[in-house]
Design a protein. Structure first.
Length: 404
């Protein structure tokens, strides 16, 4: 992939085009800077009061800590592992989306949950917390490009088109956690379940105990890698291209398929490739390579291990001193692993420093704004899932949380 440099211009349209291109890196630096100096700020939530734009990292830290202390046990801050250090330091609980879902469900004191992650995670927290708990997302522009690839209307249409071909064949819909609440509700209502990268294999096994085929969305790679690990050959997993009539799949392909994979992917994990793995092995003899299952199949096959963010953390942290690890996942997590394991060599497979562009949108200025709003009695950037969606999403999420 070509490495490009951000245009040296203040022209909003050029910057917007640059940062909206999934093949370019959204940040030139991971150093803390005032919000106004973040080049990608042009495409982030803009209605934050102007007074927050120029606050220095030190001033923001002071104000966040003061507001946090004032709010006490009324507030819980959840932080996803892909958050930058200057945000995750305030989290009461950190984790991947599965672990954070469990933390959200376990809250029995907090009145407010501030979710430092992306939109679908905050929705899941709203669904799982007890009624009355108010969930907030610091920056409403923190979405997920993968989740956006599964538009609910496209999924409903695919479901009907698949049923037209397969008739009474039982198809179980499985959605990755990284999807809109309405899709979690859809799978809940159609005898399906939510999965995460921590439990995708268990969820697929569960599905095949109940149906003949699985429709898996939005991440084709997690579905393919998990299906393959369970012994399903690649030619029994078809790719459903939601931009084409009938997904671009013939009736014969559909009848033969065990898994129907949605054509979605994570832009961050698409950056990893087999050449990077070969280069790491040439340059670091004895290196072990561990990647996230959102990476392409050939990358997962070339790696020594693959697993969820939590598994990557456990594997690297529990390895013997002196080990060398090349890691294929988001850079903020890899940098933190490096800092927390000074007796090992830990580096990112991708030489270009590039965080998940939407996780990166949680800047401390947004935290300060939302927390100071709460101190003043205002709930800012609340995430609310309507009752009907909540009811069925809860069914799908609770099925997942109840898995042994
Ligand atoms: S890392 Fe990928 S899947 Fe995770 S939030 Fe970012 S774009 Fe979405």
């Amino acid at each position: 992939m070509a490495v490009t440099t951000a245009p040296q211009t203040k022209d909003i349209e050029s910057l917007r085009a640059y940062y909206n291109d999934p093949d370019t890196c959204p940040s030139d630096s991971l150093k803390p800077v005032p919000l106004i100096d973040e080049q990608a700020f042009v495409s982030w939530q803009q209605d934050i009061p102007r007074e927050y734009l120029r606050l220095s990292p030190e001033e923001l830290d002071r104000r966040i800590r003061a507001a946090r202390a004032y709010l006490g046990e009324k507030l819980v801050i959840l932080g996803h592992h892909y958050q930058r250090n200057e945000v995750i330091q305030y989290a009461d609980f950190t984790g991947d989306s599965f672990k954070l879902a469990q933390h959200a469900a376990a809250q029995d004191k907090a009145e407010y949950v501030l979710f430092c992650g992306v939109h679908f995670m905050a929705e899941s927290a709203d669904i799982l917390t007890r009624p009355g708990v108010r969930v907030m997302l610091p920056n409403m522009a923190a979405g997920c490009s993968m989740a956006d690839m599964a538009d609910p209307d496209d999924v409903y249409q695919a479901w009907d088109e698949i049923a037209d071909v397969l008739g009474d064949t039982k198809v179980i819909p499985i959605t990755y956690m990284n999807s809109a609440a309405s899709l979690k509700a859809f799978v809940g209502e159609h005898d399906g379940m939510v999965c995460t990268s921590s439990n995708a294999a268990r969820v697929l096994k569960w599905a095949f105990e109940r149906g003949e085929k699985v429709l898996f969305f939005p991440d084709q790679h997690l579905g393919r890698n998990t299906g393959y690990d369970l012994g399903i050959p690649l030619d029994q997993m078809v790719l459903w291209n939601y931009r084409l009539p009938n997904g671009g799949v013939t009736a014969e392909q559909l009848e033969r398929a065990k898994v129907i994979l949605w054509q979605g992917h994570c832009s961050t994990h698409q950056r990893f490739n087999v050449d990077q793995i070969e280069k790491a092995r040439r340059e670091y003899p004895g290196v072990q390579v561990i990647v996230h299952p959102e990476c392409r199949w050939e990358v997962v096959q070339a790696a020594d291990e693959n697993g969820s963010t939590e598994k990557i953390i456990k594997t690297v942290s529990s390895s013997p001193a002196g080990s060398t690890w090349a890691v294929g996942t988001e850079i903020n997590l890899v940098n933190r692993l490096q800092q927390q394991n000074p007796d090992k060599t830990v580096f990112c497979l991708d030489p270009v420093v590039c965080p998940c562009s939407t996780m990166y949108r949680i800047h401390p200025a947004y935290l300060a704004w939302v927390l100071e709003g709460l101190v003043a009695g205002h709930v800012i950037n609340e995430i609310r899932v309507d009752d009907e969606t909540r009811k069925w999403s809860l069914v799908a999420l609770e099925r997942m949380l109840a898995l042994p």
